[in-house]
Design a binder for this molecule. Sequence first.
Ligand code: 13P
Length: 287
Amino acid sequence: MLANTLELVSEARRRGVAVGAFNTYSIELTQAILQAAEHLNQPVILQLGVASVKTGGEPLVRATVVAAQRAHVPVAVHLDHCADLGMIEQCFSWGCSSALADGSHLSFAENVALTRQAVALASSYHATIEAELGYLAGTEDGVTVEAVKASLTQPEQARAFVAATGASMLAVAIGNVHGFTPNPPPLDFERLSQIASQVDIPLILHGASGLGKENVQRAISLGVAKINVNTEVRTAFLSAIATWGLRVGPTPDVRRSGQDWLDLMREAIAAAQMVVTEHMQTVAMMP
Ligand code: 13P
C-alpha cells in the first residue's frame, strides 16, 4: 500500500531501526525492491532520481506510485536530490509523498531559502521535505579526503538550519559518499551524534553502498532512520545483464529458452532483489 515517507521513517526511528530507501529506474528494479520488501514483510521507500524522472517522466513516476499502491507492505515514493522546485511539485502531484530539496551545493543562506520554499510547497500536498546540510562528495567529483572533510555537516549549523527551514528529515554528510570509492574515509560518528543532539528530526544517511553492516547499524543507533542505497543494487542488476550477454552471445535467439526479454529481466531482478534483501535485513534487524 502507498505510505507516507515521514510516517515510515518516524515509526522506524521510534523502534530504533531504519527504512531502506532504494533508487529505481524502471519497473523491473521497482519489482526487485518490492519483492524483497514483501518477502521480508518490511516497509520500504522507492526513490527516483532527477535523471530518471527527466527520462521516464510522468509514466515512470506514476508507474512507481501504482506499484507502491499494489504492494502488500507499506511503500513510500520519494524524489531524490532535486534542486528544481517545479519538478518537486510535479512529483508531488503524481503521488510522491516526499522529496529531497537539495540545496547542499549552495551557501547556507541559499540552502535555507530553497528548502523553505520546498517545505511551503510540500505542505499543500501533505508531503514532506528531506533537506541536506553539508555536501556529499561523489565519485564523479574525483573525491579526495580533503574534499570530503571540507564538506561535512557542521553540527552547530544543523539546529539553526532545521529551525529556519521546517524540514522534516535531514540528510547528513559525515564522510559518506555516493557510489563506490576506492578508499572511503571512515565515517565521523562523533559528528553524527553531535548533529543528533542538535535536532529532533530523523536523520538520513546517503551513500550506503559499500559502507558495510557495522557502519550502517552504528549510524542507525545514533539517530539515522532512512538509509539510501543505489549503486550496489544497480550494479547487481547490470552485472546480471552483462553475464547474460556473455552467456547468450551477441545475437539472442528469442525462440530459445532463456534468451528472451523476460528471461533476462528475471535474472536481473533476482540479482538486484538479493542485494536489496541484504540491506533491508541490515537496517531492520539491529543487534
Ligand atoms: P549509493 O549509490 O552510494 O548507494 O548512494 C545512494 C544514495 O545516497 C541515493 O541518494
